[in-house]
Design a protein around this ligand. Sequence first.
Ligand SMILES: [Cu+2]
Ligand SMILES: [Zn+2]
Length: 180
Amino acid sequence: MRHAAWIVALTVVFMTSCRLPYVPGVTSPPPSAGVTLKDADGRVVGGGVLLQDSDGVRVLLDIKGFKPGVKAVHIHSVARCDPPAFESAGPHFNPGNTQHGLENPKGPHAGDLPNIEVDATGLGHLEFTNSRVSLESGPTYLLGPNGSSIVVHESADDMRTDPAGNSGARVACGVIVRAG
Ligand SMILES: [Cu+2]
Ligand SMILES: [Zn+2]
C-alpha cells in the first residue's frame, strides 16, 4: 500500500516536473547523445557526448590530430556531414533567429560554443553547458526533423562576427545521434 502510494506520487511529480534526479529503476535516465567527428578524408578526429541536465546540455568534446591553436566549434542545424567542405551541415543551430557570437549583443545563436584549444600534441578538450539547446522535444530540440551536427573550424571564433565568427573552413564534422 505504501509502495503503491509512492509510485503514484512519483508518477504525478514526474508528469508535472521537467526532470527528476535519476534513480536507476525508478526514474528514467536523462536523454543523452553522442557525436563522432571526422575530417575531410573520413578519418575519425574526435568525439563527444551530450548530456541533458537541469541547466541545459552538457557538451564534452575531445579532438585529436589537429594543428595546434584555437579552433571554433559550433552546433550546426542539419544532421548531415558530407565531406570535404561539410556545407551540408547548414548554418549554426539558430531556432531563436539571433545573431552569431557569445559576445555579440544581438547574439548568440543557440548553437554557439566556446573555442577549443588544441595543444602542441594536437589534442583538444572542451566542456561546456549550453542552456540554449535541449535533448528534450521543444523549440530548441537538437534531435528534431533536421537534427544537428557539431563542426570544428580551422581557426578561432571571434565571438562577434555574424554569421560564423570569421572561423574559416569547416575541417571536421559529426552528426549528433541520440544515445539514450
Ligand atoms: Cu561552425
Ligand atoms: Zn553562431
